[in-house]
Ligand binder design. Structure first.
Ligand code: GRF
Length: 182
């Protein structure tokens, strides 16, 4: 059974879903020292660390330190749960085909950091949640699981994102549980 390292930048509700599902999360790392997700990890007794870009000479050095920290904890599966940076090649190769991301759209439609706002601006009738493998591109790796989420009249980015997250919190632990067992 692989153990899990989670990379976060924000609130950490997807991390919380993994913890509540009883999955073996052993390490949580963030590029933001004040991310709410780190507090959730600490409350669950999980090891945490911050790898802010400004503390390293470049992105490669930051990712190398982060990969080493995860590897030291025996991490065999990396979950990006609201991690807002792209990862460098060496990191991707170290955990090849063992990095998954959760994204708030029906990929390949609406990749990127502003997917929820972009979907509302485009006037789509439905959105979704996607769990996919991570490659060098922006939200472009192989899709593992996807579910549709309706857009309703009067939706704001907040109300739509909240509806999508409820689906993410159900899908992500299922996919991660399968991957841990492989
Ligand atoms: C999620 O909507 C995820 O799809 C996106 O970032 C958000 C993270 O939310 N990549 P949280 O930090 O898990 O609450």
């Amino acid at each position: 059974m692989r153990v899990i390292g989670v990379l976060v930048s924000g609130e950490g509700t997807n991390l919380q879903a993994l913890l509540e599902a009883g999955l073996p999360v052993v390490a949580v790392a963030s590029n933001k020292p004040d991310a709410g997700a780190l507090a959730r990890a600490r409350a669950a007794g999980v090891a945490t660390a911050s790898f802010a870009l400004e503390d390293f000479p470049d992105r490669e050095a930051r990712d190398a330190a982060m990969a080493a920290w995860l590897a030291d904890r025996g991490v065999g599966l990396v979950v990006l749960a609201g991690f807002m940076h792209l990862l460098t090649t060496a990191f991707l190769e170290r955990f090849q085909d063992r990095i998954v991301n959760v994204h708030p759209s029906l990929l390949p439609a609406f990749p990127g950091a502003h997917a929820v706002e972009d979907q509302l601006a485009a006037g789509v009738a439905e959105s979704g949640a996607t769990i996919h493998l991570v490659d060098e591109g922006v939200d472009s790796g192989a899709i593992l699981r996807q579910e549709r989420v309706p857009v309703v009249a009067g939706d704001t980015p907040e109300t739509l994102h909240e509806r999508i997250k409820r689906v993410e919190h159900r899908l992500l632990p299922r996919v991660v549980r399968d991957l841990c067992a492989r």
